[in-house]
Design a protein around this ligand. Structure first.
Ligand code: ADP
Ligand code: MN
Ligand code: MN
Ligand code: MN
Ligand code: MN
Length: 361
């Protein structure tokens, strides 16, 4: 029995006929924003009588929003424009920042505050994030898992191929294409350790762009899943027991780290992160570290939430220095602590504050 209306079963052939109708000079612009506790994505579409060429062509939009149960006026300020991979060119998807009428970031939504703080440029920080997610049926049961009992234990799924190993590949492939079409800086994908768990990578992105592109990539993921009647969850530990959790590793570098001898700056950043472990854990999931308690349990591939650790090629540490980076003595480092449902604006902001802006606030 399905508990969500299943639009995936509607006639896609008929849909195609209507979508192929010419739309003249008109353009459908879909405004996308992050609502509630910085977790849910919302959208609203409007018609323009011209094709926007840059983000500056997209007007702000006053709409009625919901904050803590109250209807309030809010302002959607366009931030980043993408091509719409669902209704195709010349239609657009526009990621927006939510502002109050006074033009302040909508204070109750912490995410917007971070987004504002993060609009810096001069440091040329590059970020790459690895978004892990789990596919579920609309009933909440992991996609492709037996109704009763469990699939074979973990060990044969990670980066593997085959009908008994890869559950839901169509979604991964369609999402990848949709991201490329849209203009999202998606850099790769792979099957994960738990069956029905997958990952895609976005980056390198400079500064605030990391959050913009990852949030829009998440929007596309949910939208693609809808077509297939499947749900993607970013829960950091969707299945209890001996099943891997889901993270959103962040890879970080600055100009100095990328230059010859940059390892010195990598090590320096790691020492700064060591001093602020607890503070970072608080922003690495949307519930102040509570979600990550279920995931960072201290084992081969998950560090412990209570301890900070770092090491070369060590996937059980909080911070990993890739082997090649240690060899070349320059490059980047990876923070493996952020949970799959983290806010990339909050994570990049904390990174910038600790590693790049210390003493400048
Ligand atoms: P892993 O081996 O941890 O699974 P992935 O291949 O999944 O690594 O992801 C690597 C990520 O690192 C990608 O998102 C990529 O964009 C990012 N990345 C690569 N080089 C840099 C760099 N110099 N600075 C920041 N991020 C980088
Ligand atoms: Mn209405
Ligand atoms: Mn990865
Ligand atoms: Mn992974
Ligand atoms: Mn990783």
């Amino acid at each position: 029995m399905s508990c969500v209306s299943d639009s995936s079963r509607l006639n896609k052939f008929l849909r195609e006929r209507y979508l192929n109708l010419p739309q003249g000079e008109f353009c459908q612009v879909t405004y996308v924003w992050i609502a509630y506790c910085g977790m849910d994505l919302c959208y609203k579409t409007r018609t323009m009588d011209f094709t926007p060429k840059t983000i500056a062509d997209i007007p702000e939009w006053d709409i009625i929003g919901q904050t803590e149960g109250f209807s309030t006026e809010m302002l959607l300020a366009p931030v980043c424009m993408f091509r719409d991979p669902f209704i195709l060119d010349s239609n657009k998807l526009v990621l927006c920042e939510v502002l109050k009428n006074t033009r302040e970031p909508a204070g109750m939504i912490e995410h917007d505050v971070y987004m504002h703080k993060c609009r810096y440029k001069e440091l040329h920080p590059w970020f790459g994030m690895e978004q892990e997610y789990t596919l579920l049926g609309v009933d909440g049961h992991p996609f492709g898992w037996p109704r009763l009992g469990f699939p074979k234990p973990q060990g044969t799924y990670y980066r593997c191929v085959g009908a008994d190993r890869a559950f839901g590949r169509d979604i991964v492939e369609c999402h990848y294409k949709a991201c490329l079409y849209a203009g999202i800086k998606i850099s790769g994908t792979n099957p994960e350790v738990m069956p029905s768990q997958w990952e895609f990578q976005v980056g390198p992105c400079e500064g605030i762009e990391m959050g913009d592109h990852l949030w829009m990539a998440r929007f596309l993921l949910h939208r693609v899943c809808e077509d297939f009647g499947v749900v993607a969850t970013l829960d950091p530990k969707p299945m209890t027991g001996d099943w891997n959790g889901a993270g959103c590793h962040i890879n970080v570098s600055t100009v100095q780290m990328r230059e010859q001898g940059g390892i010195e700056y990598v090590l320096n950043s790691i020492e700064k992160l060591r001093k602020r472990h607890a503070e970072h854990i608080r922003v690495y999931d949307p519930n102040g570290g509570e979600d990550n308690k279920r995931r960072l349990i201290g084992c081969q591939v998950f560090s412990s939430i209570n301890d900070f650790s770092a090491g070369v090629a060590n996937r059980g540490a909080s911070i990993r220095i890739p082997y090649r980076v240690a060899q070349n003595k320059c490059g980047y480092f990876e923070d493996r602590r952020p949970a799959a449902n983290c806010d990339p604006y909050a994570v990049t902001c904390a990174m910038a504050r600790t590693c790049m802006l210390e003493g400048e606030e």
